[in-house]
Ligand binder design. Structure first.
Ligand code: 5GP
Ligand code: ZN
Length: 134
């Protein structure tokens, strides 16, 4: 993808603050971080999203995230950590190259990554289950 900014960053054509790299992934600091240390796991190959990325590459991305998360806990002393992965503009994806957010969390960091719960009836939940399973 010649016009994809994350392809260029992942493959080193555009400089970034890289905190991990191997043959298949680069992990960079986010330019607009939610918190100190907010990073993005980028596959070097272009996949738009979760629907395109092969399952084994996704598994490798998770392993990379786990390693980086441990480093963040040790070096940044974060109190918690969110893994966030957006797919499609309806879900907040703004860069259409798969990426996994690693967001270290700190007590009273002022961020709100959680959703607002809704209250479906038990019947509605069963209907949704049947739609998924049907
Ligand atoms: P999304 O909303 O697609 O899940 O996340 C895109 C993320 O990429 C945002 O957090 C945004 O700050 C970050 N971002 C966008 N462009 C760049 C860039 O050129 N360099 C870096 N390091 N981060 C970027
Ligand atoms: Zn790309």
């Amino acid at each position: 993808m010649s016009d994809c900014i994350f392809c260029k960053i992942a493959n080193g054509e555009i400089p970034s603050n890289t905190i991990f790299e191997n043959d298949d992934f680069r992990v960079i600091l986010d330019l607009g971080p939610a918190t100190k240390g907010h990073a993005l796991v980028l596959p070097k190959k272009h996949y738009a999203d979760l629907f395109e990325i092969p399952a084994d590459t996704l598994a490798e991305a998770s392993k990379v995230a786990k390693e980086v998360a441990a480093t963040m806990k040790k070096k940044l002393g974060c109190d918690g950590l969110n893994l966030v992965q957006n797919n499609g503009s309806a879900a907040g994806q703004t860069v259409m190259h798969f990426h996994l957010h690693i967001i270290p969390r700190y007590v009273n960091d002022g961020q709100h990554i959680l959703w607002k719960p809704t209250s479906p009836s038990p019947e509605e939940l069963v209907e949704i289950k049947n739609t998924i399973l049907g």
